[in-house]
Design a protein around this ligand. Structure first.
Ligand SMILES: [Zn+2]
Length: 317
């Protein structure tokens, strides 16, 4: 039931529950997912709240209800899912939908259609659905789902009630997980990395190093002598640190290119500062220098020397 999502999405659940309770459902919802990873099951729970005769709305256990089972199995005849075919959602897909929905419902009195990745409607598809939205039928409910509301036509947005899902909280765990997936193939090594809470400090020290370098450039040579090898005494830790540096600069590049920050979501401010100080080319060059140094580590090179080299390389000398 919808309450299962109350912790994740308190506002969305509250709005939808209220509109069901007060019988104030609108004919079109726009779910702005913000990357919410349980959106699919959330939508099914919402639909069950609308259609279940055994009151799925109030009780989560509805094992006797064939309607809920059909919804779970995605074979309920009055629910239609539209997904992109290739790059786009095409006009024909929406024309077919409208034709099907013009017939009388076989079960129940509501028909629901869900357009996933709604931003992928091409212009003619968008215009087709727009007409459908402009002439709402009381028994039809539309759910448009998008992670990128800015790519939808304003005319579509204005005809929907927007339900904005909360962004996933960006804790250190997701950083750790991302880094472990990037750095280790071996699942045992991944586990060891994830279970060692010291690694959070290690990641923070790499971030501090990059931030320091971006402010102090050559002076960083002094910093590394003092601090770096306290934190990263051996080859293994150095390789890991280089990986983290690469990911950090990649996030700087993400900002420069207008993409979402992928790993270090809690460091948007620092990343932005670095982005403002560098051109795209600077960032790409720095990533490639770090990769080079990481490669050299395989040939038992002196780590001190390598670190000095890295700083000189980053400076472009
Ligand atoms: Zn049910």
């Amino acid at each position: 039931m919808l309450d299962d999502y109350l912790l994740d999405q308190p506002i969305a659940v509250k709005i939808l529950k209220n509109s069901i309770k007060k019988n104030k459902l609108v004919h079109a919802y726009l779910f702005e997912t913000n990357g919410y990873d349980k959106i699919e099951s959330f939508i099914l729970a919402f639909i069950k709240s609308l259609l279940c005769p055994s009151n799925f709305f109030e009780f989560s256990d509805c094992s006797n209800c064939s309607i809920c089972q059909m919804i779970t199995d995605k074979c309920y005849p009055e629910i239609k899912f539209i997904n992109p075919e290739g790059m786009w959602i095409k006009k024909e897909q929406l024309d077919n939908l409208q034709q099907e929905f013009s017939k009388k419902a076989i079960i129940g009195n509501k028909k629901i259609y869900i357009i996933n990745e709604a931003e992928k409607m091409n212009i003619s598809a968008a215009n087709s659905i727009l007409k459908f939205l402009e002439e709402p039928s009381p028994d039809i409910i539309a759910i448009l789902v998008t992670n990128n509301i800015y790519q939808l036509l304003d005319t579509i947005i204005s005809r929907c009630q927007i339900i904005s899902f909360r962004k996933k909280s960006n804790n250190c765990n997701s950083e750790l997980e991302f880094i472990s997936n990037y750095s280790f193939y071996d699942s045992l090594k991944k586990e060891t990395f994830l279970s060692d809470s010291d690694n959070i400090d290690l990641i923070n020290n790499v971030k501090k190093f990059v931030d320091y370098y971006e402010n102090n450039h050559f002076d960083t040579l002094l910093y590394t002598q003092k601090l770096w090898f306290n934190y990263f005494p051996d080859k293994e830790k150095n390789i890991l640190a280089y990986d983290i540096m690469i990911l950090y600069y990649r996030d700087v590049l993400n900002i420069k290119l207008g993409h979402d920050v992928l790993v270090f979501k809690n460091n948007a401010q620092e990343l932005l500062k670095i982005a403002n100080k560098n051109t795209n080319y600077d960032i790409v060059r720095k990533i490639s220098k770090i990769l080079n140094c990481k490669q050299k580590m395989k040939n038992n090179i002196n780590l001190n020397l390598l670190m000095d080299n890295l700083i000189l390389d980053l400076e472009g000398r």
